[in-house]
Design a binder for this molecule. Structure first.
Ligand code: ADP
Ligand code: MG
Length: 567
């Protein structure tokens, strides 16, 4: 391998040459302590910047064993280093002279969640950091001296500041690691206490704003305190004994007046499938892995799905056993979202009245009298919610301030009053008794759906390009000629997840054999990622823009893909 000096001299020699001459530098270079790899050179100064990778031996960076001794710790360490690296870029990268993206250094910027990502990964005995560098130019002429400075001064400074243990605020690092380890611990112990969720006392649930996921900072923010009857505790590996509200398996209703914090609580729970950074306020708001947020999502595509448990007798005899729609209604989209989540293994459904189709949730006495059963295709969710739990073992947490019929279905009723939870279960059951319950609860189980995708479904080509995958934030995945709308997936939190999902769909082709079900295929893809890391999804050079995702979001994206064919 050539040395650092060769690289620096090469940059200087390229001064003033046409931009494509940079391509000759694609290679790995040995610096004193680490390797620097230029994996991909951009076509011009305005294109996506070039891909650069640092390979730092662990024994040189001197990370103690206990910073990566289990999966939780390793993920926390890498996430911490990524944030540190990003901050160092902001501190040291001042020379943005030149055209287009000249001199820009950037790395995948994380949000509030701590996720495994491909931007910083630990592999056996070294760390890899993947980031972008805009190789500098004036017009289309190489600015070699500036490039030399970036690679001899700026990048080494960023690395010094962020990848050596001795230069890190180690108390902060250990705090980080210990929080993530404890969060994972709680999640792994939920079912021992028959719980599906835990919200630690003193958690801060509300966010700064609808577009800012950082914690609310105002001085009137009310921290979460469990009511006594629902309080549970965990003895944690690092933080001693911790208490908070436990939500048990079964049907849980969250009720309360408007603006009293119901949706805020549910949002915290739906994001509790991920771990959060210290200071987020939701560090110990923990939701079971297999909880899926359900909402109405009119306009989505549905391909060959048996929605008959919820919907039958559609006008003009439309098939509901192999139901397809390129423009689903609120109720059919919600039925599909539930059935597809169950298809891949969801154990808890999370629903909020704010984003549900009313006619899917409830049909009251008067409406039943006016529109008889043979004219109403929908068996509302209220008739299923108990049997979903009793026959299928699937729990529901439902925010419902507007309809009391659900009271009789609930095992626990949590009332939110001025952002504090109260256990209203007894009172609710009293009211149901006096009022005599509305009868007619369905007790048949929802049949398992197991769809098998066809081989031709996953073609990602576009024109001459054999693979074309890109994303628009976390709302659209462009896959080949198709635009997959994923705005309805409220548990997608980072664009890197969607990018990885795009490549995972492409990767999944190897398992599509017209025998395996969607669930099996997703399971195999996720297993490979678990064992080999997100890198197994990349096609050429290692990518720095993947984040970990769940099988639910992977399959949800596939289900919204208009090119999907089901056997
Ligand atoms: P609901 O769903 O009951 O109508 P929301 O959860 O949407 O109410 O909350 C209403 C408003 O109150 C939101 O602006 C939210 O940010 C704010 N809020 C929620 N929880 C708290 C809290 N614990 N402390 C302060 N403000 C909160
Ligand atoms: Mg609400």
């Amino acid at each position: 391998m050539q040395g650092k000096e060769t690289l620096i001299q090469s940059f200087i020699k390229l001064e003033g040459k046409p931009y494509p001459a940079y391509k000759a530098l694609k290679n790995g270079y040995q610096y004193d302590d680490y390797e620097v790899w230029i994996d991909h050179v951009q076509g011009d100064p305005f294109a996506l910047p070039s891909k650069v990778r640092i390979r730092m031996p662990i024994n040189v960076a001197k990370f103690p064993e206990d910073t990566f001794s289990n999966k939780s710790r390793e993920t926390a360490l890498c996430d911490f280093l990524l944030r540190r690296f990003a901050r160092s870029i902001d501190n040291y990268n001042k020379e943005k002279e030149g055209s287009g993206k000249s001199g820009v250094i950037d790395i995948d910027r994380p949000g509030q969640e701590v996720l495994a990502r491909s931007s910083v990964v630990k592999k056996n005995d070294f760390l890899e950091v993947r980031f972008l560098v805009g190789l500098p130019a004036f017009g289309r002429r190489i600015a070699g001296k500036i490039a030399a400075k970036i690679f001899s001064e700026t990048i080494p400074r960023i690395i010094d500041n962020s990848l050596y243990f001795q230069n890190l605020p180690y108390e902060e690092l250990y705090k980080y690691i210990k929080i993530i380890e404890d969060a994972d611990f709680i999640r792994s112990k939920l079912s021992e206490q028959n719980l599906i969720a835990f919200i630690a006392d003193s958690s801060i649930l509300p966010r700064a704003s609808g577009v800012d996921p950082r914690p609310m900072r105002e001085n009137h923010v009310v921290s979460f305190e469990s009511c006594q009857s629902l309080r549970v505790g965990f003895q944690l590996p690092n933080h001693g004994y911790i208490t908070g509200m436990g939500i048990r398996k079964g049907v849980t209703l969250i009720v309360g007046g408007g603006y009293h914090g119901k949706s805020t609580l549910l949002n915290a729970l739906e994001h509790g499938v991920y771990n959060h950074i210290p200071g987020d306020g939701r560090e110990f708001v923990i939701m079971d892995h297999d909880a899926v947020k359900i909402r109405a999502e009119d306009g989505r595509s549905i391909r060959n799905l048996n929605i008959s448990p919820f919907i039958s007798n559609l006008p003009f005899g439309k098939d509901t056993i192999r139901f397809s729609s390129s423009n689903a209604s609120g109720s059919t989209s919600q039925a599909a979202n539930i059935l597809e989540a169950i298809e891949v293994g969801a154990q808890t459904l999370l629903l909020d009245e704010d984003t549900l189709a009313t006619n899917f949730m409830i049909r009251d006495k008067r409406m039943k009298a006016l529109i008889t059963r043979d004219k109403e295709p929908i068996v509302p969710f209220i008739d299923h919610v108990r049997s979903l739990y009793e026959k299928n073992g699937i729990s529901t947490i439902l925010v419902m301030g507007g309809c009391g019929d659900y009271l009789e279905c609930a095992d626990v009723v949590i009332g939110m009053v001025e952002y504090k939870p109260y256990d209203l279960t007894e009172q609710a059951h009293q009211i149901v008794k006096i009022d005599s319950p509305a009868k007619g609860i369905n007790v048949t189980s929802v049949p398992a759906i197991l769809r098998i995708p066809c081989k031709n479904s996953f073609d990602a080509s576009r024109g001459k390009k054999s693979v074309s995958i890109n994303t628009e934030g976390i709302t659209v995945l462009n896959y080949g000629v198709y635009r997959i709308q994923v705005w309805g997936l409220e548990q997608l939190v980072h664009p890197g997840q969607l990018m990885a999902i795009g490549y995972a769909i492409y990767y999944a082709q190897r398992y599509v054999d017209e025998k395996r079900t969607m669930k099996e295929i997703a399971g195999l893809v996720l297993k490979d990622i678990e064992e080999k890391g997100l890198d197994c999804l990349s096609l050429q050079e290692p990518r720095g823009d993947f984040s970990w995702f769940r099988k639910y979001e992977l399959v949800a994206a596939i289900n919204r893909y208009r090119g999907l064919n089901i056997k």
